[in-house]
Design a protein around this ligand. Structure first.
Ligand code: PEP
Ligand code: MG
Length: 761
C-alpha cells in the first residue's frame, strides 16, 4: 500500500481510491468524472503520509504520546499539543517535498501561475474506508506559493492529532495507527456568495431542496457565525420559498494580506437576498446531477465566483444528526456551558440553533432544530411543535413559552436574558430543560425525551385527593388525557383565543361574533369531550392588555403602566360584557350538546360584588346553575382574606392561582427574571393565605384546588394534602409525579394517625 505515489490528480481519482485520498478527495474525483464544475487540484495521498511517519522515524513516539485518558481534558490537550509539534517539527523527506512542489507548479500551468489554493484534510481509516472523520481535521484557505503549500500539507497532517480528533477516534473505537490522512490541494474559489444545499429534505426525504446562502466564503455558514438566507425549493413544481435573514458576518480574502478574515457585511447587503432564482436553479440542477450520480440525497457545499457556480464538496445525507456531526464538534471532552436560564419544561435535546427575531422567519425552524427567540407567541406554536427544544431571553415559569412547551412535551429553558444575542445561529447545542442549561455540542441524552404521550405508571395509585391536569392548547389534549388525570383543573381560554390571531373585538366590529363562538367552541370541545365525564373547569378570559394588543384588532387595548395590576381577569369581562357573553354562549352551546362536565372558573376575583355580577350575567345568558358548577380563582391576597364573603355569594369551588397569588403577596413580578430568585410559592405568607382559605372552604363544603405552577411540585402537594385540599391540578409532565406524592402523603397521614391513636391507648 505504501508504494502509491505521493500525488494523484483529482480527475484521476474514483470512489475506490478512498483509502488513498479519503472520502472528501474521492467524492471530488467522482464529481469531476460526472462533469460537475469542481475546482481542480491534486491530493497528497494517505500513503505519502505513512511514508512521512516512517522515513522521519517519528511514528513510534507519536502514537505513544497520544495514548492517554481522553476523558481528562488537561491530559488530552497536553498530549495533542506534543503530537502536533512532533509532526510539524519533522523535516519532510526531500523527494516528497519535490513532488508536492512540482504538482503545485503544474496546477499553476493549468490554472494560472502561483494559484491561490485551499488545502483540505481528508482522513480515512484503513480497515473502515467508509468511516467519516469530516470536521475533525483542519482546512487552510487562500494558500499561495509552493513553500506555503508544503507547510499547509504538513499542518493538515498535524491536525490529525488535534484534541478533538483524538477524542473522537477513541470514543468511536478507532485505532489511531489505522487512521491516515490525505491533503487535497484545490484551486481556491474566490467566492462572492456561498453556502450549502440538501438536495432532498433531510428529515422526510421529500423531493424538496433546502439551500442556505450567504455572502463571501462558506466558512461563515459552516461555522455557524452567520444566519444565512434559506430557500426551500419544491423540486416538482420548482416553487421557491425564500426566507431572507439579516447577514451580519462574512468571511473573505483580505485584499492586502491575502489572508482569510471575518468581517462585517456591508450594511446594504445585510438584508439583501443573496441568490437569484436563476442561481438557485443552477445550484439545484447541479445537486440533482450529483444525487443521480450517487443515487442518494446529498449535502453539498457550493460557491459562486464571477457568476459561475462551483461545487466544492458533496457527501451523502443519512440523517440530520450526521449532518450536524459533520459540521460541528461531535462531542466535547468537557461539555461547555453556554448559558443558563430557568428550566421550564423537562427533557434534554440537541439540535441546531435557529434564532427567530420575527414571526415571518418561522419557516427556518425545521424538525429537530432549537428554537431560540425573545419570547414565544401563539402564532409560533406550529414551529414550537417542530422544535427539539425552546430557549427564550425573557419570561418565567408561567410565561407563554413555559406553559406551551410543557404541554407540547418539548424541553425548554426560559429567561436566559441573552440567548438571542449570545447563541450562534446554526451551532449545535444541547438544551437541558430540567436544570435550565444550554451546552455546546451534542451531549449524551440523560434520559429518554418526553415528547409524545406521557407514560402512565402501570399501577396508578388511587388517591382520595383528586389529581387533575392543566390544559391551555387543544393540541395538548391527547397527552393530557394519557396522564389518567381526574379531570382538568384549569383550561386557560386565553391561549386558544390568542391562537385565533384576531382580537375578540375584531369579531364584534365585523359582525362575526358567531365565528368567534364557533372557533372557541371547537377548541374547548376537544378537551371537554376527551375528558368526559370527568370535570373540566373552563376559566373565562384572563387577557393582559399587553399581550392582546399584539392581535389584529387589538390596537385599542389601553397602554398600562403595569399590565399585571391592570385590566385583566374578571374585572375586564365585567366591563367588556360583550366579550364575556360570547364566552358564556360558547359554554352554553356545549352544555346543550350534553357536556355536563363543565365548570366555569372566574379569574382574578378581588371582591364579592364581582362574583355577584358575574353570576347575574351567567344567569341572564340562560345558563342553569343546576347544570354547571361556578367557582373562582384565589389569586389576590384580598380574595383569600375575604373568602367567607365570597363563599356567601354561592360558589361551588375555589382554585389557588399561586402564580399570581405569589406575585401579589410578595411584590415579585412573576415574569421578571431579575427578581426570579425572590419568587417563592412556599413563602410562609403564601402558605398562610392558602391554609386560611382551605379551612374556611372545608367548613362551608366548598371544593378547593390549585392550578398554579406550584401544583406541579411534589413538595407543595405534600403540604396541600396535609392542609386538606380537595384536588391538585398539575402540568402534564408532572401529573404522575404529583399523584405519587399525594398517595404517599395520604398513606403517611393514615399511618401517623393510627400511631397517634395507639399511643393514646
Ligand atoms: C395562576 O395565577 O396561578 C394561574 C394558574 O393563572 P395564570 O398563570 O394563567 O395567571
Ligand atoms: Mg393567574
Amino acid at each position: 500500500m505504501k508504494d502509491k505515489p505521493t500525488i494523484v490528480w483529482l480527475e484521476d481519482v474514483r470512489i475506490e481510491d478512498v483509502p488513498s485520498v479519503g472520502g472528501k478527495g474521492a467524492s471530488l474525483g467522482e464529481m469531476i468524472h460526472a462533469e460537475i464544475p469542481v475546482p481542480r487540484g491534486f491530493a497528497v495521498t494517505a500513503q505519502a503520509f505513512r511514508r512521512f511517519l516512517d522515513e522521519t522515524g517519528i511514528g513510534k513516539q507519536l502514537f505513544a504520546t497520544i495514548r492517554v485518558n481522553v476523558d481528562n481534558a488537561k491530559e488530552l490537550s497536553t498530549a495533542a499539543e506534543a503530537a502536533k509539534n512532533l509532526v510539524l517539527a519533522a523535516k519532510m523527506p526531500q523527494q516528497m517535498r519535490r513532488d508536492i512542489v512540482s504538482a503545485y507548479k503544474e496546477l499553476g500551468r493549468r490554472e494560472g501561475e502561483n494559484p491561490l489554493v485551499a488545502v483540505r484534510s481528508s482522513a480515512t481509516a484503513e480497515d473502515m474506508p467508509e468511516a467519516s472523520f469530516a470536521g475533525q481535521q483542519e482546512t487552510f484557505l487562500n494558500v499561495k506559493g509552493a513553500e506555503d503549500v508544503v507547510s499547509a500539507v504538513q499542518k493538515c497532517w498535524a491536525s490529525l492529532y488535534g484534541a478533538r480528533a483524538i477524542f473522537y477516534r477513541v470514543k468511536q473505537g478507532f485505532d489511531h495507527e489505522s487512521v491516515n490522512i490525505s491533503a487535497v490541494v484545490q484551486k481556491m474559489v474566490n467566492a462572492a456568495k456561498s453556502g450549502v444545499m440538501f438536495t432532498s429534505n433531510p428529515t422526510t426525504g421529500a423531493p424538496e431542496a433546502i439551500i442556505e446562502g450567504s455572502w463571501g466564503f462558506g466558512e461563515a455558514i459552516v461555522s455557524g457565525s452567520v444566519s444565512p438566507d434559506t430557500y426551500v425549493i419544491d423540486r416538482k413544481t420548482r416553487q421557491i420559498k425564500a426566507n431572507i435573514a439579516t447577514k451580519k458576518t462574512m468571511v473573505v480574502r483580505d485584499q492586502n494580506t491575502g489572508e482569510t478574515v471575518s468581517k462585517e457585511v456591508p450594511i446594504d447587503l445585510q438584508n439583501k437576498r443573496v441568490l437569484s432564482d436563476a442561481e438557485l436553479f443552477t445550484i439545484l440542477d447541479l445537486g440533482e446531477l450529483i444525487e443521480d450520480h450517487y443515487e442518494s440525497p446529498q449535502d453539498v457545499e457550493w460557491a459562486i465566483e464571477n457568476g459561475e457556480v462551483f461545487i466544492v464538496q458533496s457527501r451523502p445525507v443519512t440523517t440530520i444528526k450526521n449532518k450536524e456531526e459533520q459540521r460541528t464538534d461531535v462531542a466535547t471532552a468537557e461539555p461547555v456551558k453556554l448559558l443558563e436560564g430557568l428550566g421550564a419544561s423537562p427533557g434534554q435535546a440537541s439540535g441546531r440553533v435557529k434564532i427567530i427575531q420575527a414571526v415571518d422567519e418561522l419557516d427556518r425552524v425545521l424538525d429537530g432544530d432549537i428554537l431560540v427567540t425573545g419570547m414565544t407567541s401563539p402564532d409560533m406554536v406550529p414551529a414550537m411543535r417542530r422544535a427539539a427544544a425552546i430557549v427564550t431571553d425573557e419570561g418565567g415559569l408561567t410565561s407563554h413559552a413555559a406553559i406551551v412547551s410543557r404541554e407540547l412535551g418539548v424541553p425548554a429553558v426560559v429567561g436566559t436574558k441573552q440567548a438571542t444575542k449570545t447563541l450562534t445561529d446554526g451551532a449545535l447545542v444541547t438544551v437541558d430543560g430540567e436544570r435550565g442549561i444550554i451546552f455546546s455540542g451534542r451531549l449524551e441524552a440523560k434520559a429518554a425525551p418526553i415528547a409524545g404521550p406521557i407514560p402512565v405508571s402501570a399501577a396508578k395509585p388511587v388517591t382520595a385527593t383528586e389529581v387533575k391536569v392543566n390544559v391551555s392548547i387543544a393540541e395538548a389534549t391527547e397527552r393530557a388525557v394519557a396522564t389518567g388525570a381526574d379531570g382538568v383543573g384549569l383550561l386557560r381560554v386565553e391561549h386558544m383565543i390568542l391562537g385565533m390571531g384576531k382580537h375578540p373585538h375584531w369579531y364584534i366590529e365585523h359582525n362575526q361574533k358567531d365565528m368567534f363562538i364557533n372557533e372557541l367552541e371547537k377548541g374547548i370541545r376537544v378537551v371537554v369531550d376527551a375528558f368526559f365525564p370527568r370535570p373540566v373547569w373552563v376559566r373565562t378570559l384572563d387577557a393582559p392588555t399587553d399581550e392582546f394588543r399584539e392581535m389584529e384588532g387589538g390596537e385599542e387595548e389601553p397602554i398600562e403602566p403595569n399590565p399585571m395590576l391592570g385590566w385583566r381577569g374578571i374585572r375586564r369581562d365585567l366591563r367588556d360584557v360583550e366579550v364575556f357573553k360570547m364566552q358564556l354562549q360558547t359554554i352554553k352551546n356545549l352544555i346543550n350538546y350534553g357536556y355536563d362536565n363543565i365548570g366555569i372558573m372566574l379569574p382574578l376575583v378581588q371582591h364579592q360584588s364581582e362574583v355577584r355580577l358575574a353570576k347575574q350575567i351567567i344567569a341572564e345568558m340562560g345558563i342553569d346553575f343546576q347544570q354547571i358548577d361556578v367557582g373562582i380563582m384565589i389569586e389576590i391576597p384580598a380574595s383569600a382574606l375575604i373568602i367567607e364573603d365570597l363563599i356567601a355569594e354561592g360558589i361551588d369551588f375555589v382554585s389557588f392561582g399561586t402564580n399570581d397569588l405569589t406575585q401579589y403577596t410578595l411584590a415579585v413580578d412573576r415574569n421578571n427574571e431579575n427578581v426570579a430568585a425572590l419568587y417563592n410559592e412556599q413563602h410562609p405568607a403564601v402558605l398562610k393565605l392558602v391554609e386560611y382559605v382551605i379551612q374556611r372552604c372545608n367548613k362551608a363544603g366548598v371544593v378547593t384546588s390549585i392550578c398554579g405552577q406550584a401544583g406541579s411540585d411534589p413538595k407543595m402537594a405534600d403540604i396541600l394534602v396535609r392542609m386538606g385540599i380537595s384536588s391538585i391540578s398539575s402540568n402534564i409532565d408532572a401529573v404522575s409525579r404529583v399523584r405519587e406524592a399525594v398517595a404517599r402523603t395520604e398513606m403517611r397521614m393514615i399511618l401517623e394517625s393510627s400511631r397517634d391513636s395507639t399511643n393514646e391507648n
